[in-house]
Unconditional design. Sequence first.
Length: 78
Amino acid sequence: MKELLIALAQGLVDSPEAVNVTVDEPDAEGVVFYHLRVAPEDMGRVIGKQGRIAKAIRTIMKAAAIRAGAKISVEIDE
């Protein structure tokens, strides 16, 4: 899952080496939080107009999680 998120983000940004993903332990409901960090100048590319790209990333990740039988949430951090 982490590798998928990294691959998606690296394909969008100008500085793929700055992409960083951290994973939290599951919370009480079993949801695992993935924190995506990119270079400040690439934030607009990852979020997109009106958050469309961010929403698409979350949709892809949730679909992959459902196939794996997991619950996830993707946060885009500055």
